[in-house]
Every structure is written in C-alpha cells, then in structure tokens.
Design a protein around this ligand. Structure first.
Ligand code: PRP
Ligand code: ZN
Length: 297
C-alpha cells in the first residue's frame, strides 16, 4: 500500500456529533467537496479528507492506520481501549472538543432503593459498554452480571432481561420515558479528537500539527466575546471589576473627548444581558458584544 500523503479524519456519518464536528472543521478552514451521503469527502483547500462511518468503528480505523484522526465520543474511545488492549496502545485523546457532552451512567428502575454501588451485587446490568462497566465494577469491588446489548439498552429492565442498565445519558429523556432513574456516573463524556500518540514523520504530521494549532485557536475563542464600550475615566475601575474574565482590557482615547475612553475586553464566556445592564449602571455607554471568529496567539 502506497503511504498516504493526505491526512484522513474519521467521523460519525449521521448522529449527534455530525453537525458540530463538521462545523468545527469548517472553522478550522477545512472544506469538503463530496456530498454528505457518500462515505468519503475530499478536502478542497487543505490536504485533509473525511471518512464518514459508524462512530463505534472510528477507533479501530485509526488503530489500523486507515485514518489518522477521529472525532468520536470519549465513551467510544475508552471502550475500544479497554476491549482492544495492546492494539489500541498508540491511540490517544489529543483534544477534548467541548460538544456532545453526556454521561455514561448506571440507571435503575424509578422505584429502586439504590443508594450505593454494592447494592448492584448479583444483579444483571445491560450495557453496550461492557469494558467500561466491567472496569468500574472491579474498582467498586462489586460482582454483578454484565449483559452486553448492541442497542435499546433502556428497555432491558422492562423486558426482564436485566435489573439495571449502564448507558449514555444526555438530557435524561430516555430514562424518564422508560421509568428509570440515573443512579451513578461512570464517565463524563464529550466529543474528542482521537489520534496517534506520535505524529507521523511526514507531510501528514506537519498538517496535523497545523490543524491542532487551528483547533486550539477555535476552541479558545468559541465561547469568547469581544466587549466594546465607552466610559469616563472615573468609571473605569468600577467597570473593570465587573468584566467577566479574560485578560486586561485595552483602553483607547475618544477623539475630542479627553475625559472619555473606549474600552475593549476579551471575555472568556458569554456576556449576559444582566451583566451588560450592571456594567451600564457602573457608567458604561455604547456597549457592543461581538463574537470572536478566529484567534492566532
Ligand atoms: C443515546 C443513549 C440513550 C440516549 C440518551 O442513544 O443510548 O438512548 O442517547 O439521551 P437522552 O438522555 O438525551 O435521552 P443515541 O440517541 O445516541 O442512539 P444509539 O443508542 O442508537 O447510539
Ligand atoms: Zn451509537
């Protein structure tokens, strides 16, 4: 097989991670030609292509060298590492991506008196994550039966094939609909960039390094807002104390008004209406909150 000179990223073909993952790549300057119902998308500007697959297949594709990177839930990556053992060794979590947040949790029937893990001893727990569940049970010192199911785990207790489940919880809607309640959290998950421990020593490695830098810039500013406002010198201290996080603000003179200044501050998160109103009460005028698109430190 001829070594590839283009970087290849595997991601979920259709599901909760698909849209935010594509959006993130777009913000990193990557655009793709192929329509999305195809498996393969050719990268237009940069030598980076996409492979659209089932999320559970992503870690294996990276471990086999079919893809260089993957955007996948931490739950899928960690489960693969536990199941694949040595084969998964070169695989690592390069970056948490901040979307697709969910929990891998134990859930029990609503009427259960569950308070602590040892009450699971001797019970049957249905899951699609036997590796992660098995490891958690071992660390808790609990001996329970693990029933591995590929999907529809939440109906197992009603069908009588399990006493509890271990599944992903995001909004909690699935649990409520199945008269279950979340009892214990095994893993806090989110989408991550998975890839090799060491960069390939060729053009792909260079491209990967560039991509990581862009990603860091995008992730860092994604929640950031640029706040602009005018105020008199006397009000500056009070206003500065109210600014939500971020580095020192920049002060600029206002033409023809020696007592007035324009303040510019990068805020670490959203700036809410309440915060704006408070800053205004401290003496600010002409306030603008702008999203930040790119940053290169
Ligand atoms: C996951 C999980 C639950 C549901 C939880 O399934 O298996 O069924 O999401 O989400 P909620 O707390 O917001 O209801 P998903 O929709 O990803 O499909 P899958 O199980 O077929 O992968
Ligand atoms: Zn899935």
């Amino acid at each position: 097989m001829k070594p590839r000179d283009r970087l290849r990223i595997a991601m979920q073909k259709s599901g909760r991670l698909t849209e935010p993952a594509l959006d993130l790549l777009k913000r990193c300057g990557l655009t793709f030609r192929q329509s999305r119902d195809k498996l393969f998308c050719f990268g237009e500007g940069e030598p980076v292509d996409l492979l659209l697959v089932r999320d559970d297949d992503i870690p294996g594709l990276i471990a086999q060298g079919v893809c260089d990177l993957g955007i996948v839930g931490r739950n899928v990556l960690d489960e693969f590492r536990l199941a694949a053992g040595r084969e998964a060794e070169p695989l690592t979590e390069l970056r948490p991506l901040g979307f697709g947040r969910c929990r891998l949790s134990i859930a029990v029937p609503q009427e259960s008196d569950y308070r602590e893990p040892r009450q699971l001893a001797g019970l049957r727990i249905a899951t699609s994550y036997p590796g992660l569940l098995g490891e958690w049970l071992r660390t808790q010192g609990v001996d329970a039966g693990v029933v591995t199911l590929a999907g529809s785990v939440e109906i197992a207790p009603r069908l009588g094939t399990a006493d509890a489940i271990c599944d992903l919880v995001q909004s909690g809607g699935t649990l409520v609909a199945n008269q279950l309640r979340e009892a214990d959290v095994l893993l806090e998950s989110e989408a991550v960039l998975a890839g090799p421990q060491a960069l390939p020593a060729d053009e792909r490695g260079d491209m990967l390094e560039l991509l990581l830098k862009r990603l860091d810039g995008v992730i860092q500013v994604r929640e950031s807002r640029l706040l602009l406002l005018q105020a008199s010198r006397g009000a500056l201290d009070a206003i500065t104390r109210l600014l939500p996080g971020g580095p020192q603000p920049t002060l600029l003179p206002v033409a023809g008004q020696p007592d007035q200044l324009m303040l510019q501050a990068l805020c670490a998160g959203e700036v809410s209406w309440r915060q704006l109103e408070e800053i205004k009460r401290a003496g600010a005028r002409e306030m603008f909150v702008l999203p930040v698109e790119k940053m290169l430190a």
